[in-house]
Design a binder for this molecule. Structure first.
Ligand SMILES: *[C@@H]1O[C@H](CO)[C@@H](O)[C@H](O)[C@H]1NC(C)=O
Ligand SMILES: [Ca+2]
Length: 251
């Protein structure tokens, strides 16, 4: 690919990253900090145009449960305190978070009100969740056959009713930017084992695939010839932030 084409592609990727980011960010959470992984880290929540942290006052396993669920990261193993993943910066958005553990979003839990706190970043809260619940197989890190982890087993997703709204959720959950395509008929090869999800019906605003409607785990009328896949704009989206936008567009 020529240099010029590459730049155009980079720019388009950037624009779709930005769109994915701004159209869906409110109330979104991410896991950040030193030693963080896709499913563990300092909890950061997006509110009023910026990412901020959560204070560890009253932070416990019920709160971590909700974060792990919202991120599609399985079971909460621990709720960390005292900036275990390093201190964040900027706003401390939430304090005295009190989830019952059954909420789907952290914003549904009780708290002091956004920005009302008596904390410092040395008290930043974090989570350790068991594992990511989805992955791409059969291709690159930001496209491929969608595989879903349930009941200690990786399985596939059927392409019945699979569309761009579902793909959007997958790309978001894996930090892969915008959804470019929802693929069907095992485009990325056939998986094996369980077919966990069928008739997935996301609206597109969910933060993880488990929040979307479906037949029920393992209930389907499909074969692996119908395995669903996704093409996302790219893994680089994870690295984009307001701070390095200029650098990335201009060079
Ligand atoms: C995908 O299908 C769902 C219903 O399962 C529908 O609500 C949604 O609008 C569809 N999205 C697109 C992009 O066609
Ligand atoms: Ca407090």
């Amino acid at each position: 690919m020529g240099c010029r084409q590459q730049r155009v592609l980079q720019f388009l990727t950037f624009v779709s990253c930005l769109l994915a980011f701004t159209s869906s960010a409110a109330g979104q959470i991410r896991l950040a900090g030193s030693g963080s992984t896709q499913c563990s880290g300092r909890v950061e929540i997006y509110h009023s145009g910026s990412w901020g942290t959560v204070c560890d006052d009253t932070w416990d396993l019920n709160d971590a449960k909700v974060v792990c669920r919202q991120r599609g990261c399985g079971i909460a193993e621990s709720a960390t305190s005292s900036a275990q993943f390093g201190p964040g910066s900027g706003q401390i958005w939430l304090d005295n978070v009190a989830c019952s553990g059954s909420e789907h979003y952290l914003t549904e839990c009780q708290h002091n009100g956004f920005g009302t706190h008596d904390c410092g970043h040395g008290e930043d809260a974090g989570v350790v969740c068991s594992a990511p619940q989805i992955r791409f197989a059969g291709s690159t890190s930001c496209s491929g056959r969608v595989e879903f982890y349930y009941n200690s087993e990786w399985g596939t997703v059927c392409d019945d009713n699979w569309n761009l709204s579902d793909a959007k959720v997958v790309c978001r959950q894996l930090g892969c930017g915008a959804a470019l395509e929802a693929t069907s008929s095992a485009r990325f090869g056939q998986g094996s084992g369980k077919i966990w999800l069928d008739n997935v019906a996301c609206s597109g605003s969910e933060s993880s695939l488990t929040e979307c409607g479906h037949n029920g785990f393992g209930k389907h009328d499909c074969s692996h010839g119908e395995d669903a896949g996704v093409v996302c704009s790219g893994e680089k989206c994870l690295l984009y932030s307001y701070q390095n936008i200029d650098k990335n567009v201009l060079n």
